[in-house]
Design a protein around this ligand. Structure first.
Ligand code: HEM
Length: 474
């Protein structure tokens, strides 16, 4: 294919092309990157700002692992997000990052994960999601499945992060105050990244006008809400030092970290990480499955093979190989985090020869990487879980054949690989089993082709309207 690199002009850079493609930034960059010989290109933004995009696995390994110390979140990223995320793990580099990573990692040990999938996810599923689906099936209602899955994930992550249940997924699908303000704050902060002239937001912030004024208000609301819960927790602690709650906040409090601002930062980062990611993955997954009945049948065979009442738990969920492959395959095409950006600390040269100047922003692009023909073959556009599987003739079952995390960096890779990866898979597989065992999820509009949009994570534009059918043979 001929390369599609946009024209660039002095001072203005490629502003016209950027502007023209602003509604489909991710797909546009993906088309360009996959058309270049090295799977790498440099976008010239206005005023001399450069940004390198790459879908080259050797470059990704270089940035995320072998030269990890040269690629930070960096000051631009940190300053842009600081008003919302403070110094939470998502917005931290160096020692501060290391410390948070270390304390939080205990939240993801086998015992915590077991508890999470059996209790937190299990209860949300049986007490909330299944009754809502049953009701929709009986009344032939249309549900926005994206919204339902976001509510599910929000309840879950709040319980993990600070042992608080916002009860966002209840039959009336209420406006939960915390979720609402969190959403608004996120939308406003991502506008900073998407503005074409990078410093305009700073002027607006200094003057406290427009979107920056709204941002200030919503961020304050998020933080007040979080602080209130934290204060309650601290009080619980002072009354009962031996409290053995297993949420993340309790873990930080019991390790002696009681600085309210700092623990608020931590909690907010975790909510951001765990909230829209699994719901985005599942939304696209259910759409793809609805279009591929052969895949749906295989998944159901696997779930029923597990055979436990009320849906499979920890060990069985772990063993759902075909479902695991189907989730990997849907995230290859629709990665919840489509692009992730680092900043070079010093001058460097990437393995493909691309020269990187100190301070340059460099983004690896999982969305493009799932579309590279040389890697996935001529049928890359097809949803085919079997590309992740091998049939073991003697055992009579599938086994999973993973890709290395640099070819498939959907969860990032290297020292900062997603902390919640295993938790996310457990949660998603439990939801898939709990839903598909009993229901069919059918797009309300036949032949629907959703529009992929993204800020930090991806969404289906306008939601995913579905009808729910209860299986007669469940
Ligand atoms: C399908 C679901 C998920 C996907 C695709 C995903 C993907 C990612 C990606 C790409 C990053 C790197 C972001 C960056 O720094 O640019 C990341 C980081 C992170 N994720 Fe996930 N994530 C998922 C679910 C979760 C869940 C459920 C949790 C927590 C409960 C979680 C916790 C984290 C944390 C704490 C980090 C920061 C790690 C660090 O900087 O050291 N993630 N994730």
């Amino acid at each position: 294919t001929p390369t599609k690199i946009p024209s660039s002009y002095p001072i203005l850079g490629s502003i016209f092309a950027i502007w023209k493609n602003k509604e489909r930034r991710v797909q546009w960059i993906s088309d360009i990157v996959t058309s270049t010989p090295n799977l790498t290109f440099t976008l010239h933004r206005p005023f001399g700002y450069r940004q390198i995009f790459t879908a080259n696995a050797a470059n990704v390994q270089h940035i995320l692992k072998s030269h990890f110390h040269n690629y930070h979140k960096g000051e631009v990223f940190r300053r842009t997000l600081r008003d919302f995320l403070g110094d939470g793990i998502f917005n931290a580099d160096g020692e501060n990052w290391k410390f948070q990573r270390q304390v939080s990692s205990h939240q993801f040990n086998t015992k915590s994960l077991k508890n999470f999938v059996e209790h937190v996810v299990g209860v949300e599923l049986s007490d909330r999601l299944v009754p809502i689906l049953k009701n929709a099936a009986e009344n032939n209602n249309v549900l926005d499945f994206q919204d339902v899955l976001q509510r599910f994930a929000f309840d879950n992550i709040c319980k993990i992060a600070f042992g608080y249940d916002p009860a966002y997924l209840t039959p009336s699908l209420p406006d939960a105050k915390f979720a609402g303000v969190f959403d608004n704050a996120l939308k406003r902060i991502s506008e900073r990244f998407n503005s074409n002239i990078p410093f305009v937001w700073k002027i607006k912030r200094a003057l406290c006008i427009g979107t920056e004024r709204d941002l200030k208000i919503t961020v304050q609301q998020v933080r007040e809400f979080a602080s209130e819960i934290i204060r309650e927790k601290k009080q619980e602690y002072s009354l009962n030092e031996s409290n053995t709650n297993n949420d993340l906040l309790s873990r930080f409090l019991s390790s002696g970290h009681k600085d309210e601002v700092f623990v608020t930062d931590i909690v907010i980062s975790f909510i951001l990480a765990g909230r829209d990611t699994t719901s985005a993955a599942l939304t696209w997954f259910f759409w793809l499955v609805s279009k591929n009945p052969g895949v749906e049948n295989e998944i159901i065979k696997e779930i029923r093979g597990n055979n436990s009442e009320g849906g499979p738990i920890y060990d069985e969920v772990k063993n759902m190989v075909y479902t695991h492959a189907s989730l990997c395959e849907s995230m290859r095409l629709y990665p919840p985090v489509p692009v992730s950006t680092k900043s070079a600390v010093n001058d460097d040269v990437l393995p493909d020869g691309t020269v990187v100047k100190r301070g340059t922003r460099i983004s690896y692009h999982p969305y493009a990487m799932g579309r590279v023909e040389k890697v996935w073959g001529a049928d890359w556009a097809e949803f085919r879980p079997e590309r992740w599987l091998e049939w073991e003739e003697t055992a009579g079952k599938w086994s999973f054949v993973g890709r290395d995390s640099f070819t498939y960096p959907v969860f990032q890779a290297g020292p900062r690989i997603c902390l919640g990866k295993e938790m996310a898979f457990l949660q998603m597989k439990r939801v898939v089993a709990g839903v598909l065992r009993r229901f069919r999820v059918v797009p309300a509009v036949e032949g629907m082709e959703p529009v992929y949009v993204s800020d930090f994570t991806t969404k289906m534009k306008g939601g995913f309207p579905v009808k729910i059918e209860e299986r007669v043979d469940h």
